[in-house]
Unconditional design. Structure first.
Lengths: 152, 152
């Protein structure tokens, strides 16, 4: 069985499902306010991708396209995806969903940067990410890891 | 009894104590390499502050001075402290150490910005922080909260 990763539409149903995730904060609140004010259309471009099991969202990731002018990680500067909010719900871990989401991000063919936390270093190293050389001014306590497509 | 917050010297002893904390990553590794290569002096300016109990480091915070030119949160732009890596070791929670570290940061008299995670919103709201209006381009999934000294 292959794990299907879907881009998530920003709508009331999705935001209701997001409440089950720990990393639910100002972004989700802002999206809810925008929906209520009719400021965004259903199915607007979304940074969120997820995996459903029996109709229930059980894992998600967000991928923020970052233009080359804001790049401080790659040489030469390039547009890349900032990977955040990778999270698998309790009870659905150990099924490869986290890996499937990161592999999906890699399949988009753009460099990726992420801030690795809490013992997830080995997970990202196994998936081909590298730790950058720490730069105190730029990184200020973050743990930036990057991945580049083979052709880069 | 008052809780005493100390600025932490970057030396082998401190880095050994840091290993007990979960948010131990590229920054600490880089500091270790710099020490080994004699690139930094013992007692160099450190972004870390902590609380000791019976000679053991049990809570820490890092405060990174950020110049006004990089400010994207305050109006008008101002130098501020980026608060990160606030952590109290298991077994030492519930003693007010987290609050003491944030109150110490506030006592430095400069605006503070932090990315609030995992249900710590109420903690920061109680300490006078406010959620910023979420800006997708700037915040990309972060939960920025800010605090300003009364005189600002």
């Amino acid at each position: 069985m292959t794990t299907r990763v879907q881009r998530l539409s920003i709508n009331y149903k999705t935001l209701e499902e997001f409440k089950k995730f720990r990393e639910n904060g100002l972004e989700e609140l802002s999206m809810l306010e925008d929906l209520q004010a009719d400021l965004i259309e259903d199915n607007v471009d979304s940074p969120f991708y997820g995996i459903y099991e029996e109709g229930k969202l059980v894992a998600r990731i967000s991928l923020y396209p970052t233009p080359a002018k804001y790049d401080r990680y790659f040489e030469p500067a390039t547009g890349y995806l900032e990977l955040m909010k990778l999270e698998v719900l309790p009870g659905y871990k150990g099924k490869g969903y986290g890996q499937a989401l990161v592999e999906y991000a890699k399949s988009l063919g753009r460099p990726i940067k992420t801030n690795v936390r809490l013992g997830a270093q080995d997970f990202f190293l196994r998936l081909g990410f590298c730790a950058v050389k720490y730069n105190p001014e730029r990184d200020r306590g973050e743990n930036p890891y990057v991945w580049q497509p083979p052709s880069f």
